[in-house]
Design a protein around this ligand. Structure first.
Ligand SMILES: [Zn+2]
Length: 307
């Protein structure tokens, strides 16, 4: 009798899962617009935040969300401006920031940091998001015969466009990955940071793609000292905007996590011990509570770096 009940409930759960998946597939793809300046918009939904910079003769798009979201981004941009998209910048290699690239016209210029260009050819699994040794998700650029891959790269600095259209690209070192680009719109005093500043939370430290828990705090600190006199607002990877004081605080938050892990390793404590004892210090107000999985993964990444 018990067995029959169990079997019946298993079938019921299976059916529910199937219905949920079907409904998921039919979910409308909603792109929400946040207007930051007259010619600068943040598109939310479908993965990482997308920045849209409307310039004199065209439009630059920073990050293009998950697979299938390129077309909804383009449709939303049409409501904002009749100008064509001329340029895509990807802040880093992750699928929720680059996959929409394949849905843009092939004429669009695509610019990334040089390590990100190398990473996008591989599209390796993300540390902490999939089980160690698990195969990476399908490579969207291979599936599209290389469409959407970067056409130009920069190492530390690059200037695009002039005057009010100007964009300054910066790379300050390893953090979320080894190719995190910071995109400054000097006339607007705004910076797009991507996932090296995903929000007020523990970041993903993607060691598989060159990320570093020992360096991320200093990298964000360098960005802060560079931008503190040039910008007022940081567009984050997945959350609401930050001001420059909050950016400095995020550098401190990451430096302190690294120092904590360093001390723990020195004291011979296990990763699991750190997972049990760590919580976000109370002085970091408005921060998300630390997820166990993230603490485990990030501590392991730092332990491996110290070795
Ligand atoms: Zn990311």
């Amino acid at each position: 009798m018990k067995r029959i009940v169990l079997l019946t409930s298993l079938i019921a759960v299976g059916a529910l899962t199937y219905v949920a998946a079907q409904q998921g597939g039919q979910k409308p793809m909603v792109v929400e617009v946040e207007k930051l300046k007259d010619n600068l918009f943040i598109l939310k939904g479908g993965g990482g935040n997308t920045t849209v910079f409307v310039q004199s003769n065209g439009i630059t798009v920073v990050d293009t969300k998950n697979p299938g979201w390129g077309a909804p981004i383009l449709a939303k941009i049409k409501e904002l401006s009749p100008k064509p998209v001329t340029t895509i910048i990807n802040t880093h290699t992750h699928g929720d920031h680059v996959s929409g690239n394949v849905e843009f016209p092939t004429t669009v210029d695509i610019v990334v940091q040089e390590n990100t260009a190398a990473n996008m050819k591989q599209m390796r699994a993300v540390t902490g998001l999939s089980k160690p040794g698990a195969p990476p998700p399908p490579n969207i650029f291979v599936e599209n015969q290389g469409k959407g891959l970067p056409k130009r790269t920069f190492k530390d600095r690059m200037t695009l466009f002039k005057g009010p259209d100007q964009i300054e690209l910066y790379y300050f070192g390893r953090g979320h990955t080894n190719g995190d680009a910071w995109v400054l719109y000097p006339t607007l005093r705004v910076v797009t940071a991507g996932d090296i500043v995903s929000g007020k939370n523990l970041p993903i430290l993607d060691a598989n793609n060159g990320g570093s828990g020992l360096e991320i705090g200093d990298t964000i600190g360098k960005a802060h000292s560079t931008f503190s006199k040039m910008a007022d607002t940081v567009i984050t990877g997945h959350s609401v905007n930050m001001n420059m004081t909050e950016l400095m605080e995020y550098a401190t938050f990451n430096r302190e996590f690294a120092a904590m892990a360093r001390e723990a390793k020195k004291a011979g404590r296990s990763v699991e011990d750190v997972v049990k004892s760590y919580s976000v210090p109370a002085k970091f107000q408005g921060y998300a509570a630390a997820q166990e999985g993230r603490v485990r993964s990030n501590t392991q990444v730092i332990y491996d770096e110290i070795k």
